[in-house]
Ligand binder design. Structure first.
Ligand code: NAD
Ligand code: TDX
Length: 335
């Protein structure tokens, strides 16, 4: 039986990964450590609450006591660090938690892993660490040029994880994925925000000219890639994980309006994000050579994502009300 120590498993990608493992592998144990910030949601994993293959710890990755307890009590084979503050706009407003969780949290996990035996330490990094690229695509050997506090904190954790391989022989692998979309994504990120706003006949706030480009990766493809890399990747290496679907934000907006059958008048051009990266693009030849590439068709994955938000209003409506709504109103003044 393989034992997965997952951090941030109540968030978007982490919870999809737990679904992916527990649906696919009968002989797995998943131990999930999550602080339950605004982005962590127990509802994402409620179907596993009574599953003996799943154990939840409410706690902080910066707290070495709880991290150490998990190592001692469960002796995990793999540690996969998803936990992070992940929203660029929040990092521009208040970077503090990003530095603490994304860097110091990763440090705490690496230090504790060094005290114990672990087969793989997978650090979930991001394409944003490379910075913006107008033409061509970034390869794993390209220099890092992060341009906002979120991506800078992720770059710090990425290089710190590598240093634990180079210095202490910790079996670290680093993954750098492009923009994910799919079920359970907090409705502050572009796709779930625009889909749910369209469903509520609210404006879709497009930053700047809307021509910034992102490469979109369906979250279940991302989860499959992480598992493939954990099982087959080479220790000490970095793997880019892209979706091969580069679109402007305006193109994404048009797809959402068409699929939700809403008018163009919902588009609203608002003040640009500070330091807004123009384009992200990944060269994924290294992962293809290892034997993996995404399987989902972009249009079908978008359609099923939009259907999921249509069918799960009870999941996202509470997230857009109450305390969160106050934050949302203050920070999205274009609405
Ligand atoms: P998310 O914000 O949806 O979830 C983050 C989770 O981490 C939440 O459950 C939260 O409660 C938890 N968390 C935060 N601080 C914590 C702490 N100190 N201790 C324990 N748990 C804590 O994020 P996501 O979009 O699922 O991203 C997951 C990872 O993937 C992040 O490391 C992110 O940088 C990376 N990534 C995300 C994308 C994307 O498009 N979303 C793309 C590439 C890489
Ligand atoms: O209201 C909006 N209007 C808008 O035009 C929002 C929320 C976003 N945007 C634009 C900004 C970006 O060009 O859409 C694009 C995507 O924005 P986000 O969803 O905030 O994602 P991004 O900034 O690209 O970062 C994401 O991908 C890399 C994730 O949030 C990160 O966690 C991941 O590492």
């Amino acid at each position: 039986m393989k034992k997965y120590f997952i951090t941030g498993g109540c968030g978007f990608i982490g919870s999809n990964f737990v679904h992916y493992i527990l649906r696919g592998k009968q002989d797995a144990l998943v131990i999930n450590l999550d602080k339950l910030t605004y982005a962590g949601n127990l509802k994402n994993l409620e179907q596993f609450e009574n599953d003996e293959r799943y154990i939840f710890y409410h706690g902080d990755i910066c707290d070495q006591q709880i991290v150490r307890k998990i190592f001692v009590d469960h002796k995990p084979d793999y540690l996969i660090n998803f936990a992070a503050e992940s929203h660029v706009d929040r990092s521009i407003g208040k970077p503090d938690d990003f530095i603490q969780t994304d860097i110091f949290g990763a440090f705490t996990l690496l230090e504790t892993a060094r005290e114990h035996n672990i087969d793989r330490f997978i650090q979930i990094s991001t394409d944003e660490v490379y910075g913006s690229i107008e033409k061509g695509s970034f390869s794993e050997t390209d220099p890092l040029m992060p341009r906002n506090p979120y991506s800078a904190s992720k770059a710090g954790a990425d290089r710190l994880a590598y240093s634990y391989f180079a210095t202490y022989d910790l079996p670290v692998i680093i993954t750098r994925a492009s923009n994910n979309f799919g079920p359970y994504q907090f409705p502050e990120k572009l796709i779930p925000l625009f889909v749910t706003n369209a469903m509520e006949n609210e404006k879709l706030p497009i930053y700047g000219d809307g021509k910034n480009i992102r490469d979109w990766l369906y979250v279940s493809d991302h989860c499959a890639a992480i598992q493939y890399i954990a099982d087959n990747g080479v220790i000490g290496e970095i793997y880019n994980i892209g979706g091969g679907n580069e679109l402007t934000n305006l193109e994404i907006t048009d797809i959402i309006l068409e699929e939700t059958n809403k008018p163009n008048s919902l588009k609203k051009f608002v003040q640009d994000r500070l330091g807004h990266d123009r384009r992200y693009s990944l060269n994924c030849d290294k992962l293809i050579a290892l034997g993996w590439q995404p399987k989902h068709n972009f249009s079908q994955a978008m359609q099923s994502t939009i259907n999921w938000y249509r069918d799960n209003e009870q999941w996202w409506k509470p997230l857009k009300s109450g305390e969160y709504l106050e934050y949302y109103k203050q920070n999205y003044k274009g609405l």
